[in-house]
Design a protein around this ligand. Structure first.
Ligand code: C2E
Ligand code: CA
Ligand code: CA
Ligand code: CA
Length: 279
């Protein structure tokens, strides 16, 4: 019995070691990801449910490492947040998205908005506002074409977040609440912060046709957004039935695999910008 216990323990310990080793290795590689040019932004279209037009996109970070291959944001974003690497990576995202806004504005002569994800940790960065302002000036873009997606987690610490958000608002940057309805006291945040867009979390959209509660919550968020005069975007829309429900409920926009997965810029241009309308 004793032997068996020991063997188990050793197995557990070596398993733990290899997990720890992987995390340390991943951190080392992530640290070099920017200079090695391994990061990129993919873009997912947000479709106007009435006109079927696309004039906004969400930027989603991708990491393709030489050794490990593609690693999903679900894996490396938490690591980046824990190690502080989210600061240089987040700054790279701001710069790259602003550059993309500039390129598309020049090329297509129309207002195309790009939303970037900002983690709560980035609001603890004293010069976040400066970083964003610099990139806007560097690429001479219209600030309203840049949108900041924040979660309710970022709004929890109002002392850090509130002043930055109101300065961003003064600059003309759009502000969006991501995963709306999944955090705490969302309603209070809506009152305190200058919000432009509400994004209905995919967990509600997923079962909107099969569960009365999800349907009720989704409809209520849409009504709430409309009464506040903010744009409402449903996330994770995967089929026509969901899109139809959302259109009926007067949701403004939808984003999801039904229309497109997140794609590299060249494919976005080919599929959405060169034609203008969804096929
Ligand atoms: P999120 O901001 O809630 O992004 C939505 C996620 O849902 C994305 O996963 C997107 O690819 C995925 N998605 C889009 N349409 C559908 C659909 O129809 N069905 C389903 N099931 N999923 C869909 P992704 O790209 O793996 O990103 C995961 C999370 O990583 C994001 O969640 C966000 O929290 C974080 N993230 C991604 N890029 C960045 C970034 O640049 N900075 C920061 N701080 N976080 C990021
Ligand atoms: Ca998001
Ligand atoms: Ca989301
Ligand atoms: Ca999410």
């Amino acid at each position: 019995v004793k032997e068996k216990g020991k063997a188990h323990f050793q197995f557990y310990r070596s398993e733990m070691n290899s997990i720890l080793k992987n995390v340390v290795e991943m951190e080392t590689l992530l640290r070099k990801a920017i200079e090695r040019d391994e990061l990129s932004l993919h873009y997912q279209p947000q479709v106007d449910l009435l006109t079927k037009r696309v004039n906004s996109f969400e930027a989603l970070l991708r990491w393709n490492n030489q050794v490990l291959g593609p690693i999903s944001p679900g894996e490396f974003i938490p690591l980046a947040e824990d190690t502080g690497l989210i600061i240089p990576i987040g700054n790279w995202v701001v710069d790259t998205a602003c550059k993309q806004i500039h390129e598309w504005s020049e090329k297509y002569k129309q207002d195309l908005r790009i939303a970037i994800n900002i983690s709560p940790k980035q609001f603890q960065q004293y010069n976040l506002l400066k970083i964003i302002q610099k990139s806007i000036e560097k690429y001479r873009i219209n600030p309203k074409l840049l949108e900041i997606e924040i979660t309710e987690g970022a709004m929890q610490d109002t002392t850090d977040t509130a002043p930055i958000l109101s300065r961003l608002k003064d600059l003309g940057v759009s502000i969006s609440v991501d995963d709306f309805g999944t955090g705490y006291s969302s309603l209070n945040y809506l009152k305190q912060f200058p919000i432009d867009v509400l994004k209905i979390d995919q967990s509600f959209v997923k079962d909107v046709l099969t569960y009365d509660k999800d349907a009720a919550i989704t409809t209520t968020i849409i009504h709430l957004g409309r009464s506040l005069g903010v744009e409402v975007i449903a996330e994770g829309v995967e089929n026509e039935e969901q899109a139809h429900f959302l259109l009926n409920a007067k949701c403004h926009k939808a984003q999801g695999y039904l229309y497109s997965k997140p794609l590299p810029p060249a494919e976005i241009e080919k599929n959405f910008l060169e034609e203008f309308y969804i096929k």
